[in-house]
Design a protein around this ligand. Structure first.
Ligand code: F6R
Length: 607
């Protein structure tokens, strides 16, 4: 979704803003703009389309001079992508320039009121309301104005505000939309996420809701809504700058697919000490775990698919009932959640609006919330009772790969951790699982070794109009992810079905040449899935079978992909890799914008 960057320092702001915005491109956008202040005058440049258009228009920022400014990439919500609707937006007199992420829910009412006071609107955006509100409420103190604006607007926002009355400082504020502050030497920044400023500084403040920050070249002060100064803790981000760069790869997605073994090691290894899982970050006691009545797993998209795997794994190892729910459904279904339940929230960004709201619903009903998050200091992490971080590093490609894999590995750690406390596994079983979990990164490496076969299969099938994924239990859970991966980057229609369910309706869509990707990795259900494969081959479907080296599918399917053998619960970590690679190569064959697929945003901060 939208991205914000702000800079104040001694250097020219525009090139820094453009560079920062480029690093936020992955969030998804359709127009961009910058505002820079020079001799008390705000200069604005905006352009529909890719950042390159803005770069060309401003000759890489050289036509816009000044050492303080704000920039924005807009993902259209109110009003089509256009130069006029792009941010920053100016107030009527040009005294304030505003960039905004989020949605102002009462903007219609505010717009009507401001219009009745003589304000003229030139865009269709909700953001322009904020620019005019600043002007309306400004009586000589920008802090007072910002507090009044916060009081009047409903919804979510991260705002960067430049004012011609303040040539050496700008202000920013957030509520339910991500915004961090970067602390440099003689220069300071704001950004939607750290990747935008990692090149300049690793020291950041994570802003809480309703915190206002005033940034000058040599000073950053944070205030609450009562104008009281708030002492913030400085966090040092340990992400590698190169992790947010392509480093010779054609796309971030393939780089991130290849980074999975490393990310898995980083997530798993530090949490296994002397043959036991140690989750320092989790405060759940043995008693707490024993008293859990039910576990809800709440997330969106791929993170939800991790939740579907988690349901099978936790129920098998811990014998606690688990329900995986899509966050946008959970938050509005009046869920029967009590203080005896544990709610596990999964989110790479830690900012997904529906997931965050679902978390709040769970907390308001007394449930304890444990989150699995990749971004330190994110809203979901801050709002949770316990957080287990995935150490995947920054994930730039919109289609998640390494975040999904590391989330799975945390699910394994947590399930085994709880099983040990509950005594639901023998020590022999526990030790075997632990050894296999530690070996997972190496097995993923083995699957990644033979990428040629996936490129070959993609070259054969990239013209398909519709592809079905089938599997049972854990294989079904992975099918959901495989199907989503394919859809989002290759734009091929695809559906994932529980293999036994196909004949209850969907099999009518199978005809000669339909491609079915059948996952049959689990030992116990292998024969059952083979029967379902036969049902589709009898209707002349073409089948790619994914199984382990322990099984043979010869004479059953047209193409076989084999993954290494391990315990069933860990197989999703291996079987997802061929599906990621297949999707990647199909999209590459089609020449699509793999890292930034159409209509999608990396961090979905609106509901
Ligand atoms: C798909 C994908 C999305 C995210 C979903 C949740 O490849 O990345 O489906 O999984 O938008 O995002 P987070 O994990 O940031 O809450």
């Amino acid at each position: 979704m939208c991205g914000i960057v702000g800079y104040v320092g001694a250097k020219q702001a525009a090139p820094i803003l453009l560079d920062g915005l480029e690093r936020l491109e992955y969030r998804g956008y359709d127009s961009s703009g910058i505002a820079v202040i020079n001799n008390g005058i705000i200069d604005i440049e905006k352009a529909k389309g890719r950042l390159k258009v803005l770069r060309d228009k401003t000759e890489n920022g050289s036509t816009v001079s000044g050492t303080m400014g704000i920039g924005h990439t807009r993902w259209a919500t109110h009003g089509e992508p256009s130069d006029v609707n792009a941010h920053p937006h100016l107030s009527q007199s040009g005294r304030f320039a505003v960039v905004h992420n989020g949605i102002i829910e009462n903007y219609m009412a505010l717009r009507e009121r401001l219009t009745s006071k003589g304000f003229e609107f030139i865009s269709e955006t909700d953001t322009e309301v904020i620019a005019h509100l600043f002007e309306y409420y400004y009586k000589g103190d920008i802090m007072d104005a910002i507090i009044k604006v916060m009081d009047r607007v409903e919804g979510s926002y991260a705002l960067g505000v430049l004012s011609s009355d303040y040539p050496d400082q700008f202000v920013a504020v957030r509520k339910a939309s991500p915004l961090i502050v970067g602390l440099g030497e003689g220069e300071n920044f704001i950004a939607s996420d750290v990747t935008a400023i990692l090149k300049h500084t690793r020291n950041v403040y994570y802003l809480e809701d309703n915190e206002i920050v005033v940034l000058k070249k040599d000073e950053v002060k944070v205030y609450n809504a009562d104008k009281e100064e708030v002492k913030k803790e400085v966090f040092t981000v340990d992400w590698d700058v190169s992790a947010a760069e392509k480093g010779g790869y054609e796309h971030f997605m393939i780089k991130e697919i290849e980074e999975q073994p490393k990310a898995l090691r980083a997530t798993i290894s530090p949490r296994i000490k002397d043959g036991r899982i140690v989750l320092d970050d989790v405060s759940l006691t043995r008693e707490d775990i024993k008293n859990i009545n039910k576990i809800f797993i709440v997330a969106c998209g791929s993170a939800y698919h991790v939740g579907v795997v988690a349901k099978y794994v936790i129920e098998k190892l811990c014998r606690i009932p688990v329900e995986a729910q899509i966050a946008s459904e959970f938050r509005y279904c009046d869920p029967i959640v009590t203080s005896r339940d544990l709610v596990i929230v999964i989110s790479q960004s830690g900012e997904t609006a529906d997931t965050l709201e679902a978390l709040k619903v769970a907390k308001s009903r007394g449930a304890r919330v444990l989150s699995i998050v990749n971004v330190v200091g994110s809203a979901i992490a801050n709002a949770s009772d316990d957080v287990i971080y995935t150490w995947a590093g920054p994930e730039i490609a919109v289609a998640t790969t390494k975040a999904y894999s590391t989330q799975l590995s945390v699910v394994y750690l947590l399930a085994l951790y709880m099983a040990e406390k509950l005594g639901t596994l023998t020590s022999g079983q526990y030790n075997k699982y632990l050894t296999e979990l530690q070996a997972l990164p190496e097995l993923v490496e083995r699957v990644l070794e033979d990428k040629e076969q996936f490129a070959y299969l993609a070259s054969k099938f990239y013209n398909c109009h519709s592809i079905f994924f089938i599997g049972r239990n854990l294989d079904y859970a992975v099918s959901l992810e495989g199907s989503l991966k394919l859809k989002e980057i290759s734009y091929i229609h695809s559906e994932a079905y529980a293999a036994g369910e196909l004949k209850h309706g969907t099999i009518s869509l199978i005809e000669k040449g339909t491609l079915v990707i059948a996952l049959a990795t689990g030992g116990e259900l292998f024969d059952k899935t083979v029967s379902n494969i036969k049902e589709v081959t009898a209707r002349h479907a073409v089948v790619i079978g994914v199984t382990t080296t322990e099984h043979t599918m010869e004479n059953v399917v047209d193409h076989i992909i084999q993954i290494p053998v391990t315990s069933d619960i860990f197989l999703p970590s291996l079987s997802v890799i061929p599906l990621q690679l297949f999707s990647y190569y199909v999209a590459a064959q089609k020449g699509y914008d793999i890292d930034k697929p159409r209509n999608l945003a990396k961090s979905v901060t609106v509901e």
